[in-house]
Structure formats: C-alpha cells, structure tokens
Design a protein around this ligand. Structure first.
Ligand SMILES: [Fe+2]
Length: 198
C-alpha cells in the first residue's frame, strides 16, 4: 500500500510564488490521484509490497506496466519535489561547499540558474527539470512525463515540476516566470547540499 506523503510545510508556505490554491490542488488532487492509481494497479500483485523505487525499476520500459510506471514515477517525483522547496519566508544561504561546487562546474550560481531555466523551458509538454550529480559533475537534465532522474545513472539533487498543473493557476502560460520565482525564492539549498553529500 502506497501512501501520500504530507507536505513538509503549510499549504500557504510557498505563497506568493506558488499559491495555496495551487498547492492544495497539486498535492491533494494530482499527487493523491497518482498514489490512488498506483494502489489500484498494484493491488494483489507482488509489486504492492515493493518500495516505490523498486516498482519504478521493474516497470521502467515495460509496455505492459506503463500505467504502473507512470503513476509510481509521479508519486516518487512529487515526494522528491516537495522536499526540494522551502517556505517563502525562510531565509537560507547556500551552503559554502555547494556554492563552491556550483561555481566550479557552472562558473557561477547565476549561470547555473540560466542553464536550469533553459532546460526547464525546453521540456516540450509535461516533465521535470533536474539538477543532478553525474559522476563527480553537476549537470542539468530534463525528463518527460513520469520519467525520473535516477533511472539515468545520476544522483538527483533538485527537481522542478514543469507539468502545467504545477504553475498554470498562478502563471498561466508563463513557465519562465514560474521557474524564476522558484529558483530565486523557494529552493531548499540545505536539502540540495545534503543530497550531494556536501
Ligand atoms: Fe505535479
């Protein structure tokens, strides 16, 4: 039985950059539906007792398990996404070791954000943009629909949901404004550094 993970902050904690209305719909409707669908699709099968990560691994690339993969991937990606964000009023400096790594691999924090925005804007349709560790190097990648970074032999550090349900109420078609607002105000840098082992 898979369960909906609670948000690590209040529904209105990300406002004004992401509204309470968006968060209630996104978490309580979209995320919940992925959990419900995954439970329905795995009920009575050996997958029901597996970890979410294992369900994703065994269903990836299997045409007869596409529904399971899509819902498991979306549950995992949303669980991870919520942890990547911090309340809007929480002041947080980037840990020095992480900033040093970003400066080394991208030239500057600003350049990293430019590259992240470019990749996130270039995801055609639904998907996710990621900051990852590929070997020893920081990289920005994107995945389509429910695909998830760890299937691509990288260690995910941060993700941004660029499905329209993530931003349309607040930003309509202005995905770029949504990306800017999150990168500049809501990134949980302590979580990112921890994921990177820094
Ligand atoms: Fe989403």
């Amino acid at each position: 039985m898979f369960t909906l993970k609670s948000l690590p902050y209040a529904y209105n904690a990300l406002a004004p950059h992401i509204s309470e209305q968006t968060m209630r719909l996104h978490h309580d409707k979209h995320h919940q539906t992925y959990v419900d669908n995954l439970n329905k699709l795995t009920e009575g099968t050996s997958l029901a007792a597996m970890s979410l990560v294992d369900v994703i691994k065994v269903s990836a690339g299997q045409a007869n398990k596409a529904g399971i993969f899509n819902n498991a991937g979306q549950v995992y990606n949303h669980d991870f996404f919520w942890d990547c964000l911090r309340p809007a009023d929480q002041v947080m400096a980037i840990p020095a070791a992480l900033l040093e790594k970003i400066n080394h691999d991208f030239g500057s924090l600003e350049q990293m954000m430019v590259e992240f925005k470019t990749i996130a804007l270039s995801q055609f349709g639904s998907g996710w943009a990621w900051l990852v560790l590929a070997g020893e190097s920081l990289q920005i990648i994107k995945t389509a629909n429910a695909d998830t970074a760890f299937l691509h032999d990288v260690n995910p550090l941060f993700t941004l949901d660029v499905w329209e349900h993530s931003y349309y109420l607040d930003y309509q078609n202005r995905r770029g404004d949504f990306i800017d607002a999150v990168l500049n105000n809501l990134v949980n840098w302590d979580f990112v550094a921890n994921q990177a082992g820094l």
